[in-house]
Design a binder for this molecule. Structure first.
Ligand code: ISL
Ligand code: CA
Length: 591
């Protein structure tokens, strides 16, 4: 059994600061707004906050473009506000994890301003500069065909007139990539980590940390998008040649010098188990855990590289879901790694819309179904703000102008440039945005039924439109509701998880009824022999589930999304199979 660690048992709650809670009436959330809600979070069962970037930033990519790593974006507050947040968290036995974005900076970071100023600038080699390739007509071209990750169809190299060279910016032109080959850059990053650890933060979520080492030959990307000039280059910089070396140094020189730091590396574009195990192995690894994208990209229509075709919606099956989950459960339980469990974040659609059905009829069941799955899997659990309320994607009627994210804006502009006035294409693009745009999870938190949902004062314009359903789906209703709300359900199931870490955090994992086309079910076992079964009907119709022989007659239900509480325990089931209602989920134990 895995070694016990606080960060394995912790329930982490992700806060998207712009959309959480506005206390000074500028229509954006702020650090004081986070501090003001700690009791709500504690009551839910949260142990750790991961706060998306709050550093100073021009906000081209909502703070994932940092212009000062040692200060706070003024609309969000000050360093004093963060100190106070940490103090208030400590009082409640909670912790803070910062979002560390060091693959790239903002183009407005003084380092980059200096770097682009001249070929001989002392900061020139802090970024990745290349001479143009000139074609026959004498026009400059980028050194290779890599395309932008958040601006599909555009080059990842940006020509800079002042010095007549290109800089690399794999996300957007506003986010130039740092040159990790340069030891001065690595030393500076180490110092940034120390700065925050010394202030009392308990760890880091490391943004796209697997992209920091680029193949120095900068080869062309394979042609994955037929006919396109710019292609995904991720193969040449996702888990690149020196990644392990750079992470090892971060660990030895910084992280290991502090007690019990939690690290979670975001790792898109890579699903190779052996490679991931090297990174998260409990003895030889460099990070505690990573975020991989297999589950959240279950519906992406892929070429060779997962995640390179995000703005697409394809079919998926319960078998796909079972395979995606089981692979990473095995990595931890059989192979000595560790992993995160999550269904949504600020880059993904709302999970109930994504994996279930967000219609009025099914939404509550779907939200609770996902809760049952997440809270009974092995791994560190990450809940995203509003997930505990069953918040859903933006309404289909919203116009494209309501979408604020740079990726959505780029995508919408691209479709409009490619197919001007083509209603069918535009309608299709709107559908894709409604399903996949990052804006879906970025709408303001729904605290109550007042105008602006209690997110910002009445009369203030929130930075992003509030989802239309806030009058019925909000925290005030759900924390006081008579019948168990989605929030109450999360509260109950999280408490159960915490009561039995030997089962839900550290226990074994085996599939049950594993060829069932509709139902995903598994058993978690403790060393004591105690067994817990999770049974999840991932369809909107009735389904059958075969009761495993070894538990027949011994199974007792502890929770389910169609009933609630200890008072409503269903009788044990005999041999044969049971019928599940649409999106029904059950949690039971066998004695
Ligand atoms: O969500 C994606 C694209 O829509 C992913 O490919 C995403 O770009 C990838 O997960 C990296 O995400 C992280 O870094 C980005 C930032 O835009 C995301 O918000 C962040 O989570 C660049 O810093
Ligand atoms: Ca504010």
């Amino acid at each position: 059994q895995a070694v016990r660690k606080w960060w394995k048992e912790a329930v982490v709650y992700q806060i998207y600061p712009a959309s959480f809670n506005d206390t000074n009436g500028d229509g954006r959330g702020d650090v004081k707004g986070i501090t003001a809600k700690l009791d709500y979070l504690k009551a839910l069962g949260v142990d750790v906050l991961w706060v998306s970037p709050i550093y100073d930033s021009p906000q081209a990519d909502m703070g994932y473009d940092i212009s000062n790593y040692r200060d706070i974006y003024p609309p969000y507050g000050t360093l004093d506000d963060v100190d106070r947040l940490i103090q208030e968290l400590r009082k409640r036995d909670m912790k803070l994890v910062m979002d560390l974005v060091v693959n790239h900076t903002s183009e407005q970071h003084p380092w980059f301003v200096e770097s682009r100023s001249s070929l001989s600038s002392p900061k020139r080699h802090w970024y990745i500069w290349k001479k143009p390739v000139y074609d026959a007509d004498g026009k400059p071209h980028p050194p290779n065909n890599w395309g932008q990750i958040l601006g599909e169809g555009r080059p990842a190299w940006v020509f800079d007139g002042a010095t007549q060279e290109y800089y690399l910016a794999v996300f957007t032109p506003q986010q130039p990539d740092l040159n990790w080959e340069n030891p001065a850059v690595r030393a500076e990053v180490h110092d940034i980590l120390r700065f925050w650890l010394d202030r009392g933060v308990s760890g880091f979520r490391m943004d796209v940390i697997n992209l920091i080492s680029k193949d120095q030959a900068f080869p062309h990307g394979d042609v994955l998008i037929p006919g396109a000039r710019y292609q995904p280059g991720t193969k040449h910089f996702a888990n690149g040649p020196r990644l392990h070396e750079f992470l090892q140094a971060l660990k030895m020189e910084v992280l290991d010098c502090y007690d019990g730091v939690m690290t979670v590396g975001e790792m898109p574009f890579v699903l190779d188990e052996e490679e991931i195990l090297k990174i998260v192995h409990h003895e030889q690894g460099f990070l505690n855990m990573i975020f991989n994208f297999e589950l959240v990209e279950i519906d992406a229509q892929r070429g060779d590289v997962p995640g390179d075709f995000r703005m697409s919606v394809g079919p998926w099956s319960v078998a796909d879901l079972r395979r995606a989950v089981t692979r990473w459960q095995r990595l931890m339980i059989d192979n000595g790694g560790w992993n995160s469990v999550y269904c949504e974040n600020h880059d993904q659609p709302r999970s109930v819309s994504h994996f279930c059905d967000d219609s009025d009829e099914h939404r509550e069941y779907g939200s609770k179904l996902l809760c049952l799955m997440e809270a009974t899997l092995c791994g560190t659990l990450f809940v995203y703000q509003g997930e505990e309320l069953g918040m859903r994607n933006v309404p289909p009627e919203w116009g494209a102008e309501e979408y604020k994210d740079i990726e959505s804006v780029n995508y919408w502009n691209k479709i409009n440039e490619m197919y001007p006035g083509n209603e069918a294409k535009l309608l299709q693009a709107k559908k894709v945005m409604r399903a996949k745009a990052r804006d879906n999870s970025r709408t303001p938190m729904q605290w109550d039924a007042s105008p602006n949902a209690g997110f910002c004062p009445v009369g203030v314009q929130p930075w992003m439109r509030v989802n239309d359903d806030f009058e019925t789906f909000n925290a005030a209703v759900q924390t006081t509701a008579g019948s168990p709300s989605i929030y109450h359900f999360w509260q109950e199931i999280l408490a159960l998880r915490k009561k039995h870490p030997e089962v839900f955090v550290y226990g074994g994992y085996e599939l049950v009824d594993e060829h069932n086309a509709d139902v995903f079910s598994y058993v978690r076992t403790a060393e004591s022999g105690e067994r817990w079964l999770t049974v999840l009907n991932f369809t909107g119709k009735n389904a059958k589930w075969a009761v495993p022989e070894e538990v027949a007659g011994k199974l007792r239900w502890a929770a389910g999304n169609y009933f609630s509480g200890e008072h409503d325990v269903l009788p044990g089931v005999g041999l044969g199979s049971i019928k599940l209602r649409p999106w029904e989920g059950l949690l039971g134990w066998a004695i």
